[in-house]
Ligand binder design. Structure first.
Ligand code: URA
Length: 236
């Protein structure tokens, strides 16, 4: 059961205040009966909810694939700087979406935005071993000995030990693909630094079964397809 004003607002069509006003005006029916107050509760998977005679287009959860551009914070809001949520139109911003995991301000690539807290927890839990693949360009080439060090588990400056990770060299080793199964602060940059290389450019390519849609330009976004939602174990 969910509050009616919250349910209506979760579609992104109305703000919470607008939803309350609709309800108080008697324009919202739950199983044929006009609702009275925003606080009234209903289960949209069981009850038929009509707004001005139209069935409420309710979804349990929303999942958005965003191609994060450099220069935005991975946060829901910030007093001074723009965040990835600023890329979304009002209707989507009202849904209470948050980013699943964090990319640095200068990192680009795949970011999942959702209102599904359970799914976010599953994708981020180190126990679930969800692979995150990054493409990086470095100022120095890495080599086979660095691949072995990544596989053995890198010790970061400060002593923190990483889980075994996969390092694949592209070309002369100045471009690499790195697969992590955890998410420490600045992890790719710190792992590369421990091998004497600085990251010049970083982009997340995939997260578990979800791969960045290369048709999305930086700053572009789209809903996950039903197939993608099923692959990550989401509920719509
Ligand atoms: N590792 C980093 O160093 N930065 C990111 O944004 C993601 C992984």
């Amino acid at each position: 059961m969910e509050r009616l004003d919250k349910l209506l607002a979760s579609t992104g069509r109305w703000s919470r205040r607008e939803a309350k006003a609709l309800i108080q005006a008697g324009r919202v029916l739950v199983d044929g009966m006009p609702a009275k107050r925003g606080e009234d509760k209903a289960d949209p998977s069981v009850s038929r909810i009509l707004v001005d005679g139209a069935v409420l287009d309710w979804q349990a959860h929303t999942y958005i694939m965003l191609s994060k551009p450099a220069g935005l914070l991975t946060a829901t809001e910030d007093a001074r700087q723009k965040t990835v949520l600023d890329l979304l139109p009002d209707g989507l911003r009202r849904k209470g979406l948050f980013p699943v995991g964090r990319l640095d301000k200068d990192t680009e690539g795949l970011l999942l935005l959702t209102d599904d807290g359970e799914l976010a927890h599953r994708l981020l839990s180190p126990k679930k071993h969800v692979d995150k693949v990054y493409y990086a360009r470095l100022d120095q080439p890495l080599g086979p000995e660095d691949c072995a060090a990544f596989a053995a588990g890198i010790t970061l400056a400060g002593g923190d030990v990483c889980r075994p990770a996969d390092l694949r060299l592209l070309g002369d080793g100045r471009e690499v693909l790195i697969t992590l199964r955890e998410g420490k602060f600045h992890q790719v940059k710190r792992m590369a630094a421990s091998r004497g290389a600085a990251v010049l450019y970083l982009k997340r390519i995939s997260m578990g079964p979800l791969t960045l849609d290369e048709a999305l330009l930086p700053g572009g976004f789209r809903p996950l397809t039903p197939e993608e939602v099923a692959k990550i174990g989401g509920i719509t």
